[in-house]
Design a protein around this ligand. Structure first.
Ligand SMILES: [Zn+2]
Length: 106
């Protein structure tokens, strides 16, 4: 008889990028990616504040400078990025975050 085993199409169209949710490593809150600050580790193993959120590399997310400091104190940033983050790198990023925030406020 009819071997019409048509492959059924999925009604689900995947996850739109705009609805991606990430977890803050400082407080554990789940937020939209756009609402979070991204810290990125480059292929060279350097970490920095990812201002536009598009840099290649392993990323970690925090809501705010407070959460960044919390992640620092609990070593969660080290774990998220799978490296030992140096004090000077923490200071540099905290500085960048403060500056970014100031410029955002005008
Ligand atoms: Zn947070």
């Amino acid at each position: 008889m009819g071997t019409s085993s048509k492959h059924q199409q999925h009604a689900c169209d995947g996850h739109p990028a705009s609805q991606r949710v990430r977890t803050c490593i400082g407080c554990g809150a789940q937020r939209q990616k756009d609402d979070l600050i991204r810290i990125v580790k480059t292929s060279e193993g350097e970490i920095s504040y990812d201002a536009n959120g598009h840099s290649a590399g392993r990323g970690a997310y925090v809501c705010s400078i407070d959460c960044f400091e919390r992640a620092r104190a609990s070593h969660r940033l080290d774990r998220a990025l799978k490296i030992k983050v140096a004090d000077q790198d923490y200071e540099m990023i905290a500085d960048e975050l403060r500056r970014a925030r100031l410029s955002a406020q005008g």
